[in-house]
Ligand binder design. Structure first.
Ligand code: PBG
Length: 310
């Protein structure tokens, strides 16, 4: 009866699995603050992808950790950069069996850890960063990506990427815009996962959003849609269910939410202490994100949850 009258569903088809691929390793490296998640080498990526396909998870999103970082984040647009290699590898292995998304940003590739190019005074230069994003989009498209996901929160990034893709013969590549992305303290474990420390104790409040603001997110989302976003994202998820709901009412394109590293880590840590039933809390949170209005959820629980749900 409960199944019959359920207003909200949660199935493996609602999940997007974030995966970390690291250059220069030949075995998975566990991420301490994300128990159960590891940085993968290309060979272990194969096995992970096979499992996701078998479980019916429809999409994955790749994050790269390069061996060398520099001021302009060269690895983000290098045709042989780690994410480009990973995209090709997944595509060659499983074809269209899973949607291949790639995070499009510079922070994993820059030595200063910012999502954009930095001026001598330490501030991030929005407009010159857009050229780097355009180059990264082309590199990912040439590797065979289905969806690029710009996460840097630079103004005009979706338009710049759309122009580059269309001009580069990749008009079929879609854009999932990290549209409403807050300057959150919940990204801590992710920064361990991608070896990012922001220079001089800096933060991202100059380009990510202030948690005090909700209407601002609607402005950001509408701007991204106008610039050509095919899907939009709210991030983080559980602390921002009100934003997900408002976004759902605002736009009719697919809406995703990112259940971020800190949200995952908190559940794992409390469960490891025996204080909560971690699997039950994870499912409750994923259902809540769907109930708030998200079509799909990026979550480090994707593989496990798909197993529980199938
Ligand atoms: C930026 C990016 C971040 C996350 C995804 N893309 C970190 C940040 O903005 O500082 C965080 C994801 C998570 O915490 O799970 N490339």
């Amino acid at each position: 009866m409960r199944r019959l009258v359920a207003e909200t569903t949660l199935t493996p088809a609602d999940l997007i699995a974030p995966l970390f691929v690291r250059e220069g390793i030949d075995a998975p490296v566990p991420i301490t603050s994300l128990p159960g998640v590891a940085q993968l080498d290309l060979a272990s990526l194969d096995a992970e992808v096979d499992e996701l396909v078998a479980l019916g998870v429809p999409a994955l999103i790749l994050f790269g950790i390069p061996e060398h970082k520099d001021a302009v984040g060269s690895g983000a647009s290098d045709p042989d950069g780690i994410v480009q290699l990973a995209i090709r590898r997944v595509r060659d292995r499983v074809g269209d069996a899973i949607v291949v998304m790639a995070d499009l940003c510079l922070d994993e590739y820059t030595d200063h850890g910012h999502c954009g190019l930095v001026r001598p005074d330490g501030t991030v230069d929005n407009d010159s960063t857009l050229e780097r994003y355009a180059a990264a989009a082309i590199a990912q498209a040439e590797a065979g990506v289905d969806v690029v996901a710009p996460s840097g929160m630079m103004d005009g990034q979706v338009a710049a990427i759309r122009d580059a893709l269309d001009g580069g013969g990749a008009s079929e590549v879609a854009i999932l815009a990290y549209a409403a992305k807050y300057a959150s303290a919940l990204y801590g474990p992710f920064r361990e996962a991608v070896d990012v420390a922001i220079a001089d104790g800096g933060d991202r409040r100059a380009y990510q959003q202030d948690p005090h603001n909700a209407r601002e997110s609607m402005v950001e989302i509408l701007a991204d849609v106008a610039e050509g976003a095919d899907m939009v994202m709210v991030k983080p998820a559980v602390t921002y269910l009100d934003i997900i709901r408002q976004a759902r009412e605002l736009v009719d394109i697919p809406l995703t939410a990112y259940h971020v590293s800190g949200e995952y880590a908190m559940i794992r840590a409390a469960a490891a202490n025996g204080w909560i039933d971690g699997d039950a809390v994870a499912l409750e949170q994923l259902v809540a994100i769907r109930r708030a209005g998200a079509d799909a959820i990026l979550t480090y629980f994707a593989k496990e949850a798909a197993g529980w749900l199938s």
